[in-house]
Design a binder for this molecule. Structure first.
Ligand code: NAD
Ligand code: 89Y
Length: 343
């Protein structure tokens, strides 16, 4: 089968992981890159040996010669770039968060649907192998019918040095990181119907909130808590681990620090090491996220080849993004917000 050719737009901090992922992917490779910053374009082009380089996305699409585009820019440019890709009939991956507003996100999904091109949001945390190991346990029925869960990400890791824009936006942790935890909650416990959230800013040197606690009511009766913080100083820094607690009618599951998965049921208690693989190009502590980049990219290739809708398609991701919007609205109004307000 022919190898799919991709173009990547946005050669910044995170795109380097995506370029490594593409180099390893089976059935796809990057043939062109684009960044409006010539220095970043040169750095990535030289590191990965890509000679087709563009400082304008319009010029990239005008030249064509690729089967899909991977958009790795920050959120402000997502809508215009996805719409440009749709206009050119090119299947598209867009980094999270899909858009700054629900209106933009819906327009992007509609633009791709109108011309029949696949859109996948690079919502990779649900692709982390420890999270998938937990999901497999839940699906096996080992802990019975799930009635409660917690998805927790608490850290004091300095994310601002690599991603300075995180310190300057009006919105921070829910939009940037909580979005992953909310998506994991949907992945494990099903779609949510209402959200009750509280936020705080602890770090005085940033603009947005760095602590958020969200209570979710899921269709099917599960209650979950999604909590995240970049102001939590632990004896052992947990970045970037997402911890889980899941209670079921027959037992419990705990994914705790250092990737330890404990399953307790009538049969006893089993503890397993579910640490992610350390890929040759990966650098701890990021290797958990880096492995999930490779996995979601391979999923994209497999979906494009088989015509299957990606698990985190734009259509699906509207339901995750609605939880982000509902969390901000709930925190601002200090009340429970039905998710249907966003549809
Ligand atoms: P960054 O600012 O380091 O890089 C973005 C790059 O895009 C910059 O080099 C900029 O010049 C370029 N760019 C912006 N608009 C452009 C345009 N219209 N045309 C061409 N180039 C353009 O940002 P980053 O930290 O790499 O983040 C990029 C995205 O990745 C964000 O949406 C962020 O939320 C996401 N991210 C995801 C994960 C994850 O695990 N999924 C982790 C970190 C960041
Ligand atoms: O941008 C964020 C993400 O998506 O994962 C971790 C991160 O890099 C910092 O919060």
């Amino acid at each position: 089968m022919a190898v799919l050719k991709g173009a990547l737009i946005g050669c910044g901090f995170f795109a380097v992981n995506q370029m490594h992922g593409w180099r390893d992917a089976e059935g796809a490779r990057i043939v062109a890159i684009c960044d409006r910053d010539p220095a970043r374009l040169r750095a990535v082009g030289d590191e990965f040996g890509i000679t087709r380089r563009y400082t304008s996305a319009e010029d990239l699409f005008a030249d064509g010669g690729f089967d899909f585009v991977d958009i790795a820019t920050t959120v402000k440019s997502h809508r215009s770039l996805v719409e440009l890709a749709a206009h050119n009939g090119i299947p598209t991956i867009c980094q999270k968060p899909i858009a700054p507003t629900m209106e933009d996100a819906k327009a992007m999904v509609a633009a791709c649907a109108a011309v029949g091109v696949p859109l996948m949001v690079h919502e990779n945390f649900r692709w982390q192998s420890p999270i998938r190991a937990a999901k497999a346990v839940i699906d096996s029925g080992a802990i019975g019918e799930v009635f409660w869960g917690r998805v927790s990400f608490r850290s004091a890791y300095d994310v601002y040095s690599g991603q300075p824009y995180l310190a300057t936006g009006k919105r921070f942790i829910i939009e940037d990181l909580g979005i992953h935890a909310l998506d994991i909650a949907r992945y494990l416990f099903g779609d949510a119907t209402s959200v009750t959230a509280r936020t705080r800013r602890v770090n005085p040197r940033i603009v947005g909130e760095d602590v958020a606690t969200v209570l979710l009511d899921h269709r099917g009766g599960i209650t979950s808590i999604v909590d995240c913080s970049y102001a939590t100083r632990l004896p052992v820094e947990a970045f970037p681990e997402t911890l889980l607690e899941v209670d079921g009618s027959k037992g419990t599951l705990r994914l705790s620090q250092d990737y330890r998965l404990q399953v307790h049921s009538r049969e006893g208690t089993v503890t397993k090491d579910v640490a992610p693989r350390l890929l040759p190009w990966a650098s701890p502590p990021w290797h958990n996220i880096q492995e999930s980049v490779s996995l979601i990219q391979q999923h994209w290739v497999d979906c494009l080849r088989t015509g299957r809708e990606p698990d985190t398609s734009g259509r699906d991701n509207l339901k995750t993004f609605a939880l982000v919007e509902a969390s901000y609205r709930s925190a601002a109004k200090v009340k429970t917000v039905p998710v249907e307000e966003f549809f």
